[in-house]
Every structure is written in C-alpha cells, then in structure tokens.
Design a protein around this ligand. Structure first.
Ligand SMILES: [Zn+2]
Ligand SMILES: [Zn+2]
Length: 165
C-alpha cells in the first residue's frame, strides 16, 4: 500500500472515470453505461464515506454560505480531500451527471475537466488547448488549399483562424 486505503480507492475510481474516455470510443455514451459505472464505483464512494466516519454537518464559514462538511476541521488533509471528493461524486452520480467529467479534446493533452456549462459544450481543459486545436485545424485547412491561397493562409495571423473557426 502506497497511500492510505481511502486515497487509493479514490484514485482508482478517478482513474477509472478518466479511462472511460481514453480508448478512442466513449465508454460512457448513454444513461445505461452511466448506471453501470455508478453501480460499479458507487460502493467505493460509500466505503470512502464509511471509512472516514463521514458525518455531514451544516456549516457556514469565511465567505461561504451554508454547505455540508463531512469531516471534522482537524481531520488530516488527505481524509478531508477524499471525503470531499466522495461527497461530490455522490452528488454527480445521483444526479446522473457523470458525462460532465471529461477529458480535454486536444490531441496532445491528457487533462481532465468538469464541464459546468449550461449546454454541456465544454470540450477543452483551457482556452490554451482550445486555441491551439483551432489554430491547428485552421492551418490544416489552409494547407489543403492550393498555391497562392495556401501561402496567404500561412501568412495570416493565427488569431484570424480562431475567430472564423
Ligand atoms: Zn467549507
Ligand atoms: Zn487540455
């Protein structure tokens, strides 16, 4: 055992979630797949909460309005992080929103992100990845053009491609 058990469970669950999007085909394409994933990993969320003796308490502190803490303030950092992740996962699972946990759509980026957009449209971990991908697509289109059009495309500022892409 390298980390505490609850940390390893949380990491394994997180990795499994990440990996559902890595094989080239989306492994969480529909509600049935989400249900299977939630069923397979739901127990780890419960185990995580159980092992940390999570006891949800309504709290209000700093600039935060009422919310739940499930660990005492003096709990070890790893335990607080694990339980907070577990509480968040429980919410994501019961509201069937697992498809909002995504891998960056950029070819050369392995980052994950949470899509909190209203229309579930977020594809990239950052504007950096979004712009890089759009510029690459723009250059690809320009390279496909013949002769002078291609030259003009390469001379254009990359930003122009983003605006029109
Ligand atoms: Zn708090
Ligand atoms: Zn990225």
């Amino acid at each position: 055992m390298i980390f505490a058990h609850d940390t390893e469970v949380a990491l394994a669950a997180a990795a499994a979630l990440v990996n559902t999007g890595r094989s080239g085909t989306e492994q969480l394409p529909d509600t049935a797949a989400l249900d299977r994933f939630a069923t397979a990993w739901g127990w780890t969320v419960n185990a995580l909460l159980r092992e940390a003796h999570a006891l949800p308490q309504l709290v209000k502190h700093d600039s935060w309005d009422y919310h739940l803490h499930a660990t005492p303030p003096d709990a070890p950092l790893a335990e607080r992080m694990a339980v907070e992740a577990a509480m968040a996962f429980a919410d994501v699972i019961r509201t069937q929103q697992l498809d909002r946990l995504r891998l960056c759509a950029a070819d050369d980026c392995d980052s994950v992100h949470v899509d909190l957009s209203k229309n579930r449209s977020r594809r990239f971990c950052s504007t950096l990845c979004a712009n890089r991908t759009n510029v690459a697509a723009y250059r690809m289109r320009q390279a496909g053009g013949a002769g002078r059009a291609g030259q003009a495309g390469r001379a254009a500022r990359p930003g122009a491609g983003v605006a029109h892409g």
